[in-house]
Design a protein around this ligand. Sequence first.
Ligand code: AP5
Ligand code: MG
Length: 192
Amino acid sequence: MRVVLIFGPPGSGKGTQSEKIAEKYSFAHVSTGDVIRAEIATGSEDGKLAKALIEDGQLIPDDLMITLLLRCFNEIDISCGVILDGFPRTVLQAQGLKALLRERDGEVSIMLDMKVPDEEIVERLVLRGETSGRSDDNEDIIRKRIKIYHEKTEPVLEFYKKEGLLCSIDGTGTIEEIFERICIVLDQSTSK
Ligand code: AP5
Ligand code: MG
């Protein structure tokens, strides 16, 4: 089972590129943001807690995130490979993922780190906010999400750098140009 991580700040194109990768390489696509939004839609107590945090631009607690991811892995077919979009976002989640994959005889094969300057991200997300209906796509919360990314999520890069799995991708340019860069990297690492 091939496990590809796509990592980067809010609006760096993780979702856009994941859909293309999933289609080309026949991977399942798991976006933890979508997993959480689906939980919120059920109206559960976990969903209510997550809703308040997402609307405030904060991360949801690690234990809840890992529980939701585990449930998702049990529900969908990931045997052909999976692209994980937006997970892990803390070092604790990275450790949790390692343990969870070990139980399934799997391991992360590569982490794609999408590099996009903060100001371009703000522009993209403010624009998306005009139509997305996402309550966290307003400028104040977008800036808060970016700040939390730098503080809490960026340290995850060091974890995968130490494992030799980190691969930086220039996330600027057209969607197709970025996808080509990603495909070159994925095709080179097919043996993993
Ligand atoms: P999540 O839904 O994952 O949001 P995010 O990481 O903030 O990122 P986005 O989905 O907004 O952006 P993206 O990188 O997918 O970019 P996209 O392709 O959409 O998470 C939401 C919240 O859930 C978090 O804040 C947190 O509260 C919680 N959460 C999720 N995972 C968690 C975890 N593991 N632990 C704890 N909490 C968690 O592109 C953005 C826009 O740009 C789109 O409009 C797109 O069309 C456009 N675009 C894409 N590429 C380009 C390009 N090359 N040029 C111009 N525009 C482009
Ligand atoms: Mg996304």
